[in-house]
Design a protein around this ligand. Structure first.
Ligand code: ZN
Ligand code: ZN
Ligand code: ZN
Ligand code: ZN
Length: 446
């Protein structure tokens, strides 16, 4: 079965309408949805689209219906635990109910959930305050249409909190998942064309200054949404420049710049010609950049990539499949001027046998006076990631001082596409960003 017939599936709209007509995305807001009578979880604009979607929905729907029948409940969130208590009645319990339902569905289907099924389960259409699921009572926030309430009373109760997130929800609902097209974008910016004395505040500022555009951070038109994605692609390079400027390393650099991207996956996508041009714009003395992408997931990248720019400047990209600390010692990469790990997840497998960051970090921390940068999705994760770096350094045989130049700070060069957090308990980041938080450490010899 085709796994992803949808363009950025979202449970609070008819996804057939959105996917078919992504250019008219603004018209999908405020749709009156009719919910599937079987699972009561997915909504459509009408019968026609529900019928068309059935082939993608039926497996999921039938397993939900089986659960409802065997458990004698009306909705999957009403599943009771062994002592007969409704599971999904508090924030923590809501997550338990969802996880329970998820494991039941997976065992019935004997397969992993497709991404849209996972999204349907993780973000059910319920009242944000009391978790009411009766769709006839639910009304969406009129600005973002993503958050639902059973009553005016509950809307008001959540108003203050929701105001912080509403715009991000709105953008999340209306963004499509296509990669932005570049064809009409821009030549290599002239190095002398703009003011280098002030480093840009954020990715918007970076792109707008470099290309003399006026891209807005609150997109209104379909064109604005495309621009937002375009700006977001500068997050990876922007974070590198930000780290170099924050540490004043940009002044110390000479002709060559060696960067290690550790735990690399598909970051190459964010190092295309236009994006790399920005490096030379902000580091005019640099002529040769070598980026070593290092990580066990780099199956699809083998051949080196070399980009040539005006004035015989080059960016070379090399790929090393494997964990950094297991790389062949003969594979000499050259001493880096910067090490970066995007959305690092240092904390993810800590204390489990899948843990591998400890050894890699211990090696990397041996590069004294070199900025080691790592980004994280949420603040919670960023704090855990920092704690791990600190712990690894403490355990090192040779004592080095660890200086946190940035510690779990909001990254002005984050990817501005908002994503919904599957954790209901994490109230600090109801939505989050790729490269959302940035940390920067330097080790010094005491
Ligand atoms: Zn529709
Ligand atoms: Zn259904
Ligand atoms: Zn309610
Ligand atoms: Zn809203």
């Amino acid at each position: 079965m085709d796994e992803q017939p949808y363009n950025n599936f979202n449970p609070t709209r008819c996804n057939i309408c959105f996917t078919r007509n992504v250019h008219n995305r603004l018209t999908v807001t405020g749709q009156k949805l009719r919910f599937c009578k079987g699972c009561r979880m997915i909504g459509y604009c009408g019968e026609q689209h529900q019928k068309e979607d059935w082939k993608y929905h039926k497996d999921f729907c039938r397993s939900v219906m089986r659960i409802l029948t065997t458990k004698r409940v009306e909705h999957i969130l009403d599943i009771r635990d062994d002592s007969g208590n409704i599971v999904g009645s508090t924030k923590r319990n809501l997550e338990c109910a969802i996880s329970l339902a998820e494991s039941m569905i997976i065992s019935m289907l004997r397969r992993k959930l497709h991404r849209h099924e996972h999204t349907l389960l993780r973000f059910p259409n319920i009242c944000r305050v009391c978790y009411e699921y009766d769709s006839s009572k639910l009304k969406g926030c009129e600005a973002c249409f993503q958050v639902l309430y059973c009553s005016e009373e509950h809307r008001l109760q959540d108003a203050e909190n929701h105001a912080k997130w509403c715009e991000m929800y709105r953008v999340n609902l209306l963004l499509d998942a296509d990669f932005p097209e570049y064809e009409d974008i821009l030549n290599f910016p002239k190095l002398t064309a703009f003011e280098l004395s002030t480093f840009p505040k954020n990715s918007f500022d970076l792109v707008n200054t470099a290309y003399k555009t006026r891209i807005s951070s609150t997109p209104k038109t379909a064109e604005d949404f495309k621009d937002l994605k375009y700006v977001s692609n500068y997050s990876h390079v922007g974070s590198i420049l930000y780290a170099l400027y924050t540490t004043n390393m940009h002044l110390e650099l000479q002709q060559s710049l060696v960067i290690y991207v550790v735990g690399a996956e598909d970051e190459l996508l964010f190092f295309d010609y236009n994006i790399c041009a920005i490096i030379f714009t902000y580091l005019p003395q640099v002529r040769d950049v070598i980026v070593h992408f290092i990580g066990p997931q780099l199956y699809n990248f083998k051949e080196d990539v070399e980009l040539t720019f005006k004035g015989a400047r080059t960016v070379k990209m090399r790929f090393h499949m494997g964990l950094y600390h297991t790389l062949d010692a003969n594979e000499f990469l050259g001493r880096p001027q910067l090490v970066i790990s995007y959305n690092c997840g240092f904390h993810e497998y800590v204390d489990s046998n899948r843990e591998s960051w400890g050894t890699t970090l211990a090696r990397l921390l041996r590069f004294v006076n070199i900025p080691i940068v790592f980004t994280s999705y949420t603040r919670d994760e960023a704090c855990q990631d920092c704690a791990i770096v600190q712990r690894v350094n403490k355990r090192a045989a040779k004592k080095r001082d660890l200086v946190f130049v940035k510690r779990a700070a909001v990254n002005p060069f984050k990817d501005y596409k908002p994503l919904r957090n599957t954790s209901y308990i994490d109230e600090r980041d109801e939505l989050y960003h790729s490269n959302g938080y940035i940390s920067l450490v330097i080790t010094r010899v005491p």
